[in-house]
Unconditional design. Structure first.
Length: 602
């Protein structure tokens, strides 16, 4: 984020200009945020010390101090996320020239306290001896509105993997374990780790408006990518078998090779989930409904969006996914739905349905390659009507504008929709920008907070005054930012949430959770432990460490006594350990479970 507010010219005072890169002029900080790192560039010869002066409009005594302005540097890296297919984070030439100052905590609290009623002016003066030879200034203020809630997000490595067959995957199977889930209270200097080491992919998540329920996509075994977690949020959230849902429709179980259920969203009260499915998924020969292209470029390593699909809703009372009338037309792709705060409406993205993989179509080689499948979505609004749906209406300002309009989020007061606009597709778009439009539709306004490269994954704070979003503007390794929105929908320049993860890891899917900062401290439980144990047992088995493998397979069966794979593998390692009689018990049990499942599916 490098926006220039002063030129390197001689000022009328005889001093050269200092370029202040961060924070931007007019930045608004939350009253509950930790101190930021100020960044500036000063090319004036001979300057090695800078004087920081903070003046307040309300009559509070000014602050003055000296700093040597340490150079900007790359933060700590995670050695496990260094790969041949990515590059270590490095500073740009502008960043390498930057000087830094981070106020001490007590000083920052004083600055915030005295910049609420009126902005504070921060002046940076370069000194040679006692003489001022360069100057720059920026005006900042502190909002009366706190952020008031922590942010839940995925912390991921960027390590594209190429298989022996030439297939590129966004992440190698072994690297799945490197994905972490974290919670960040902006008042703290770092984030809390909630969960890591999970060998199976858990992805898109959402929370109920009261923060009491978490939903999350989950990949299972046997290529079953149709699982979903629905679990009460507690300080130590435990996911049991009863909290894992197998997506199914009235026609049968959904378990495709690609993700089943796209960008699922819990309703505000936590009583429904809406998602996108391929209505033909129950057929083993059903074609994919997603356009997918993976690249070696770690900066934008994947394109992934549905080209056909219908909205369906789930209720624990019925246990099945039911198409939503008005958003279930197979002539269109209907996706990316979110709820209005009162749960009465859904806002979703819609486009003409396409074959995602037309025969003979060229393969895209990079993000925004013209050879990508061209899908431009419009935003629509539809009544939920207790699952009966209704007529879908396009949202003026977010439809029929020649762009792809996706990832809508409705403000908690129901007055605004903030969405992503880009040239094509959705998710991870280099040119994506955030726009705001009234709930009823109207003129869409580009947010001031947009940064030069990728703006998406946004979420409203529970009080509706703050928006968190992700951008690659400072680094290819995505970081997250805040912007303040007033009651008229006007936003402020972006504020970096510093130290969210290692410098060579990326932040995605940040979402505010309506809980106390210490209300969510870990995410685990037997249903998630199952995957870790399964993974470890298989590792020991492949290493020929049969006794150790058998011990872990028994732990898997303690969680799920009816797991045919665990019984079969335990029987195998026992057989290889020359314990034939005991092995036979488990091998027979595996066959019985499979036979029952086969008969049930008929």
């Amino acid at each position: 984020m490098w926006r220039i507010f002063a030129c390197a010219v001689l000022l009328a005072s005889g001093a050269h200009a200092i370029t202040i890169d961060y924070p931007e002029q007019g930045s608004v900080f939350p009253p509950d945020i930790a101190a930021p790192t100020f960044l500036w560039r000063d090319a004036t010869r001979g300057v090695t010390v800078w004087r920081i002066t903070v003046k307040f409009a309300g009559g509070a005594p000014p602050i003055q101090m000296l700093t040597r302005g340490p150079r900007m540097h790359v933060g700590p890296v995670d050695p496990d996320c260094v790969a041949e297919t990515n590059q270590p984070p490095r500073l740009t030439p502008q960043q390498s020239a930057a000087r830094t100052w981070k106020p001490e905590r007590a000083l920052w609290e004083r600055i915030k306290r005295n910049s609420v009623a009126a902005p504070a002016r921060v002046r940076i003066s370069g000194l040679v001896g006692a003489k001022v030879v360069s100057r720059g200034a920026v005006t900042i203020s502190t909002s009366r509105d706190p952020v008031g809630a922590p942010i839940f997000y995925r912390d991921v490595p960027l390590m594209p993997s190429e298989t022996k067959t030439g297939e590129i995957k966004p992440l190698a199977s072994y690297a799945q374990r490197l994905i972490a889930w974290r919670l960040r209270n902006v008042a703290d200097s770092k984030s809390r780790l909630l969960m890591d080491g999970q060998p199976m992919c858990a992805n898109c998540h959402s929370f109920s408006a009261d923060g009491k329920t978490l939903g999350m996509d989950l990949d299972g075994l046997k290529r079953n990518r149709g699982l979903y977690i629905l679990v009460p949020v507690k300080q130590h959230t435990e996911v049991g078998r009863e909290n894992v849902i197998q997506w199914r429709t009235a026609q049968g179980r959904l378990a495709g090779l690609l993700r089943v259920g796209f960008m699922s969203q819990i309703s505000p009260r936590g009583d429904y989930v809406v998602t996108t499915i391929n209505p033909d998924e129950v057929s083993p020969s059903a074609p994919s409904n997603y356009y997918v292209a993976n690249f070696k470029d770690y900066r934008f390593l994947q394109v992934f969006y549905p080209a056909r699909g219908v909205l369906s809703w789930y209720s624990p009372a019925t246990g099945i996914l039911t198409p939503l009338p008005g958003a279930d037309d197979p002539a269109f792709v209907q996706t990316n739905a979110v709820w209005s705060p009162d749960g009465r409406y859904l806002v979703f993205a819609r486009a003409q349905a396409r074959d995602p993989n037309p025969k003979g179509a060229p393969i895209a080689k990079r993000a925004n390659d013209p050879d990508e499948l061209q899908v431009r979505y419009d935003l629509y609004r539809i009544p939920f009507n207790d699952g009966r749906g209704g007529k879908a209406e396009p949202i003026a300002g977010a439809s029929a504008n020649g762009y792809s309009n996706t990832f809508p989020k409705v403000s908690p007061d129901g007055r605004w929709i903030v969405f992503v606009r880009c040239r094509n597709g959705l998710l991870m778009r280099p040119d994506s920008e955030l726009y705001i439009v009234p709930w009823a539709g109207g003129e869409a306004r580009r947010l001031r907070a947009n940064l030069p490269l990728m703006n998406s994954w946004h979420s409203f704070s529970p009080n509706g005054r703050w928006l968190v979003f992700s951008s690659k503007s400072r680094s290819p390794y995505t970081q997250m930012y805040l912007t303040h929105l007033d009651e008229d929908g006007r936003d402020s320049p972006a504020i970096l949430i510093e130290n969210s993860t290692a410098a060579n890891r990326a932040v995605n899917l940040p979402e505010f959770v309506n809980i106390a900062p210490d209300g969510f401290q870990s995410l685990g439980g037997p249903a998630l432990d199952y995957y870790r144990l399964f993974d470890r047992a298989m590792y020991y088995q492949k290493q020929g460490r049969y006794e150790e493998s058998a011990a872990v397979w028994r732990k898997v069966l303690a969680i799920d006594p009816e797991d045919d794979l665990a019984h079969g593998n335990l029987g195998l390692v026992l057989m290889l350990s020359h314990r034939r009689e005991e092995a036979g018990v488990h091998l027979r049990k595996a066959r019985e479970i499979r036979a029952r499942a086969k008969n049930t599916s008929k």
